[in-house]
Design a protein around this ligand. Structure first.
Ligand SMILES: Cc1ncc(COP(=O)(O)O)c(C=O)c1O
Length: 466
């Protein structure tokens, strides 16, 4: 299995212009970071790998040596080559942090807020309704309880997201929604289009399901319609996956006109749009989601992870009417249903007014964090948005990406390399994502930003030969 995974990634990179040994080292780095090659796995022998990739044994020897130099693998005498324990940050969450002094910009999470009081109140209200509690403990329709769908849809509608309670399904967060969509609509070997840099959780699932991902050029507003049109012609994709509002990692927000133009291209090529709206509730003035513009062309999902609490694990999805039954069956096969206790809690938080209060508190906290970001990094090329948890920092020319990530880590500041967000075969931008929402408080954030500003101003290669 290891060898097939390596082979797929290696061949997907064949346009990268790198020598083959470097391409294989990149493949290994990418698979290790995305968790598909785990610490302790044994790599295939040089001969087996060479046959599979149609290269010489010498190329494999150079590639393994390069991976060893980068600390990714170790050669054990007489036993083979093994993947090392990674000390580089991947995108998988690990709490609590090992190092108390660490400033972690890695996780795209809401800023820390004390949510215990509203949650306790919601639980108490539920606890007083014995009949309701007994009802919540039964198996339900895979779609979720209709009274909960009514409440959540009404709340979303108030925030400008026009979903229909008769069509909406609950999911276990947006990540689960992506998994559902890919399993319902795609088959191994299909091609999906996406943004040039994209949420790693999507890339990981696509890889697991052996789907090909092709990147479409972006500008400040996200996907470029003309490039999408060309890619549709070239690849005949099954679907387009995109995040029109606060794209992860670039923070791009598509204007209404851009959304309409993207939809027009997709209609022309009969390509369904997967609209990941996980950040859709954060901006105060986001353009309408694509599902409002054409609900028969768009698969829309979002979740309460960013605007309320990721620990609730509650998301929602709506697919075009003709695909509704397929989704229902798939959700039933995946998990029978999403726990109605979670949707009941979310409904209580909405009734109490706490869902709105928390969303406002999150926006206000981010606005303050953004002031700190501006204070420390204003002179660098940084993409951000007033209500975005993350920022996208393009490194100045004096830094190489991997060196910058390592130098920050040596100062106990964790940032996410563009490598994690880049589909296989695409050029990796010299950029890092900073989740300014993640450091526990503003002091910690400021401390981390000051270190990053210090590093960025340095000349890391004073003896670099000209
Ligand atoms: C673009 C995007 N989609 C989906 C998710 C997953 O969200 P959830 O916690 O709702 O599963 C994330 C999480 O960061 C994300 O950034």
């Amino acid at each position: 299995m290891t060898i097939e995974i390596i082979q797929q990634d290696f061949f997907e990179r064949c346009d990268d212009g790198l020598p083959k040994y470097r391409r294989l080292a990149e493949t290994m780095a990418h698979l290790i970071e995305s968790g598909l090659l785990t610490a302790g796995s044994k790599l295939p022998t040089h001969r087996a790998m060479a046959d599979k990739l149609q290269v010489t044994v010498g190329t494999i020897t150079r590639a393994y040596a390069e991976a060893e130099r980068r600390g990714l693998v170790e050669a054990r005498v007489g036993a083979g080559t093994y993947v090392c324990q990674s000390n580089r940050p991947g995108w998988v969450f690990s709490y609590p942090s090992q190092a108390p002094d660490e400033c972690n910009f890695g996780y795209n999470i809401p800023p820390y807020l004390d949510r215990s009081a509203p949650l306790a109140q919601a639980m108490q209200t539920l606890a007083q309704q014995a009949d309701q509690l007994n009802h919540l403990m039964l198996y339900q329709d895979p779609q979720g309880l209709s009274e909960h769908r009514d409440v959540i849809c009404h709340w979303l509608n108030r925030h400008g997201i026009l979903l229909d309670p008769a069509r909406m399904h609950f999911t276990s967060g947006a990540q689960h929604a992506i998994q559902l969509v890919l399993s319902v609509f795609c088959r191994s070997g299909d091609t999906l289009l996406t943004e040039q840099v994209v949420y790693p959780g999507f890339l990981g699932l696509a890889r697991q399901m052996q789907l090909n991902v092709k990147a479409v050029e972006m500008d400040q507003q996200g996907l470029i319609p003309e490039s999408l049109d060309t890619a549709c012609r070239l690849y005949q994709p099954r679907m387009l996956y995109c995040t029109p509002t606060l794209q992860n990692p670039t923070t791009a927000v598509m204007s209404r006109e851009r959304r309409e133009a993207i939809l027009a291209v997709c209609r022309r090529h009969q390509v369904l749009v997967i609209e990941d709206d996980v950040n859709g509730l954060l901006p105060v003035d986001a353009p309408p989601p694509m599902v409002n513009l054409d609900s028969e062309q768009v698969i829309h999902f979002g979740s309460l992870s960013k605007c309320l609490a990721p620990g609730l694990r509650l998301g929602y999805i709506q697919v075009p009417g003709k695909h509704q039954d397929r989704l229902n069956t798939a959700l039933h096969h995946h998990c029978l249903m999403i726990s109605p206790l979670l949707s009941a809690l979310a409904c209580e938080l909405i009734h109490q007014g706490d869902a709105d209060r928390l969303l406002t508190a999150i926006r206000e906290d981010i606005a303050q964090r953004k002031l700190l970001l501006d204070r420390y990094l204003h002179s660098y090329h940084i993409q951000h948005h007033a209500q975005s948890f993350h920022a996208w920092l393009t490194l100045p020319d004096n830094w190489r990406l991997s060196d910058f990530v390592a130098a920050a880590q040596a100062r106990e500041v964790i940032v996410k390399s563009a490598e994690l967000f880049t589909p296989p075969g695409s050029t990796i931008p010299q950029a890092v994502r900073l989740a300014i929402s993640a450091p526990h408080n503003h002091d910690k954030l400021e401390q981390g930003l000051a270190i990053l500003a210090e590093l960025l101003a340095q000349e890391p290669y004073p003896d670099f030969p000209l």
